[in-house]
Design a protein. Structure first.
Ligand code: NAP
Length: 380
């Protein structure tokens, strides 16, 4: 049996051995999340994009022609990718032979279509790291936040056995808005302050709806008090993330009760959440909570993974923080920024938390997961 310290040592050796870059593909490369992959992976030490795929509408065009009119990143389309020909996501015969794995950020008319596409890549021996919600409730598919449940990668061999996949598998990231507060809750749980109940109100950015997203006349000067499917995701996904690996898949945890309201606000990037929390028995004091958050570190930090934020939870004492335009890019957009921790008249405490939805909540979070899976030997 390998203990925690032996695992860290073996993984660190693994990190040092990453000499050759893995060639990878991006499914949904022309969309908002896909564009983030192209931006964030520029100069990545381990991964090189050689394949871009999207809908039949884009297939056969150069990336510049297909994505240029809707390019939203703060840098121009990278020169090395402009002339890549976009492949139809379902043109499996055209997948370059040397693709090691793909990031998936596709939107399709139904979740069943996405499930089938992602499993087809896995059947063909290509691991899929996905942003889509389609497989989040498939029990043998891990749903990972690097700092919380990296160990859920242990379900990958179970998935491969259950489904007859030889080298491929599907691993997913949770909903983008969860990333803005769940690590803060997990840090307290890990310090043995068990959380009993959460009431969460999200204020989600426009880029979370993809491109072109919500019509500007619906969004400017407005708040939309409904984001389809998000409240169910907010209330259910933490149960799987906090679950444990069983013989057939992940067994959900049901120790925390969550109630949520999800809204869309006229902010370009950065999901904010207002969180009220009640503890089960032991209640930490304010200083303890802030200290737990400020000192929290997990496997991605121990391994020094390229996309790991140095300090995953940043606490700001200023009364008017966090704010999307000031705090969403903290530590390359990978940190979550928390503030306004105060006592609550009904529950025990309340706070406000923020993270970048298309970086930490989408492409960046998935890149961090891929780095962790590579270090553990699942991506070769
Ligand atoms: P988006 O901007 O609408 O992009 C959608 C992508 O899917 C485009 O590349 C599009 O290609 C492709 N696509 C559409 N129909 C297709 C089809 N029938 N077959 C194959 N490809 C098709 O959406 P997004 O915001 O990037 O989101 C992508 C996924 O990530 C969604 O599942 C979303 O829920 C999830 N997600 C998004 C965020 C966020 O903050 N935006 C965060 C977490 C997760 P064309 O350009 O050719 O149409």
């Amino acid at each position: 049996m390998v203990n925690y310290f032996q695992l860290i040592f073996q993984l660190k050796i693994g990190v040092k051995n990453h000499m050759e870059k893995l060639k990878i593909g991006v499914l949904g490369a022309t969309g908002i999340v896909g564009q983030n992959y192209l931006q964030l992976l520029q100069g990545h030490p381990w991964f090189d994009i050689i394949d871009v795929a999207a809908s039949p509408r884009s297939a056969g065009k150069t990336y510049e022609k297909a994505a240029g009119p809707k390019w939203q990143m703060p840098i121009p389309i990278p020169e090395s990718l402009k002339d890549l020909k976009v492949r139809d996501v379902q043109d499996y015969d055209a997948i370059p032979e040397d693709v090691s794995f793909v990031f998936s950020a596709i939107n399709m008319p139904t979740k069943d279509m996405i499930k089938e596409v992602e499993f087809e890549y896995a059947r063909k021996g290509i691991p899929v790291i996905s942003n889509n919600s389609a497989h989040r409730w498939t029990s043998d598919v891990p749903m990972i936040i690097g700092e919380i449940n990296s160990h859920h990668s242990d379900v990958i061999p179970i998935q491969q056995k259950n489904r007859g996949f030889l080298k491929g598998f599907v691993a997913v990231k949770p909903n983008c808005s969860l990333q803005s507060y769940l690590t803060a809750i997990y840090a307290l749980e890990k310090a043995n302050y068990k959380v009993d109940k959460l009431i969460i109100t999200t204020l989600q950015a426009v880029s979370g709806a993809g491109y072109p997203g919500v019509a500007s006349l619906d969004m400017v000067d407005n708040i939309i008090p409904y984001v389809g499917g998000e409240e169910e995701k907010t209330e259910k996904e933490p149960l799987k993330i906090f679950g444990k690996v069983g013989e057939k898949g992940i067994i959900n945890d049901d120790s925390i009760q969550i109630s949520s309201t999800c809204t869309r606000v006229a902010v370009r990037d950065g999901h904010t959440a207002s969180v009220n929390m009640k503890f089960k028995d032991r209640i930490p004091n304010r200083e303890e909570i802030i200290n737990i958050w400020k000192t929290f570190k997990a496997l991605p930090q121990e391994l020094g993974l390229p996309f790991a934020p140095k300090q995953p939870i940043i606490y700001l004492e200023d009364e008017d923080r966090p704010q999307p335009i000031k705090d969403r890019n903290n530590d390359k957009g990978m940190a979550l920024t928390v503030g306004r921790l105060r006592e609550d008249n009904v529950f025990d405490y309340k706070f406000v938390s923020l993270s970048h939805n298309t970086i930490r909540g989408a492409a960046g979070g998935a890149i961090l997961m891929a780095e962790m899976l590579k270090t553990k030997g699942y991506l070769k």
